[in-house]
Write a protein of this length. Structure first.
Length: 207
């Protein structure tokens, strides 16, 4: 195949025509990296390398664009770009480059997510750990970043009882209302034992 034309298409993207028929749209960096020029002949293997490099460049730039708006775990980012670029090999390479540059970091991501879920949403250990793992974070990392919050859960639990579920706790003999509060706290990720202790402490303090 012979390159019969190279002309600017849009911004830094150029239209590269092969044999006056097939057209590729390549970033200027790809053209420079491969030394492409009019009249140059390339075989199928070289064309595959060019196309792969072009797709990698686009996927990487897309990942950078996404990171401008929020942080991502490695798994989150992989799922984001695989939808468009399909190639597992290419997407994993993009993830490795992002990680190597410190642009994605699962521990940092887990720490930020843990802080949001524990400090802002007042979730219990079980739910926070589950949500972190669902983001593709290794379980050991999830457990490690949650150590610092060991003393926060009981405080958060009591705060939820006082500010959100107090309306169910007006009468210590009203088992139905108390169970509603307890079930809600289970959904928050708290265990039955810690919920029962917190409810008992709540009534002791209010009485």
């Amino acid at each position: 195949m012979e390159i019969t034309s190279i002309k600017q298409y849009k911004g830094k993207t150029y239209e590269v025509e092969l044999d006056s028929q097939k057209k590729l749209y390549l970033h200027i960096d790809i053209i420079v990296d491969f030394g492409l020029s009019v009249g140059m002949r390339i075989d199928k293997n070289e064309l595959k390398k060019i196309v792969y490099a072009s797709n990698f460049h686009r996927a990487y730039q897309y990942a950078l664009y996404c990171l401008d708006y929020r942080d991502y775990s490695a798994e989150d980012m992989y799922q984001k770009i695989i939808k468009t670029y399909k190639s597992e090999k290419l997407c994993l390479s993009v993830i490795r480059k992002l990680a190597g540059a410190g642009l994605i970091d699962d521990r940092r991501y887990a720490e930020r997510l843990a802080g949001k879920l524990v400090e802002s949403k007042k979730y219990g250990y079980r739910r926070v750990k589950r949500e972190i793992i669902q983001k593709g974070i290794d379980e050991n990392i999830a457990e490690d970043v949650l150590i610092k919050y060991n003393e926060s859960y009981s405080q958060n639990l009591m705060e939820l009882l006082k500010k959100k579920y107090y309306r169910y706790l007006t009468d210590s003999a009203d088992r139905n209302s108390i169970e509603k509060a307890k079930n809600a706290l289970v959904r928050y990720g708290y265990g039955f034992d810690e919920i029962n202790c917190a409810v008992k402490e709540y009534f002791n303090n209010t009485e």
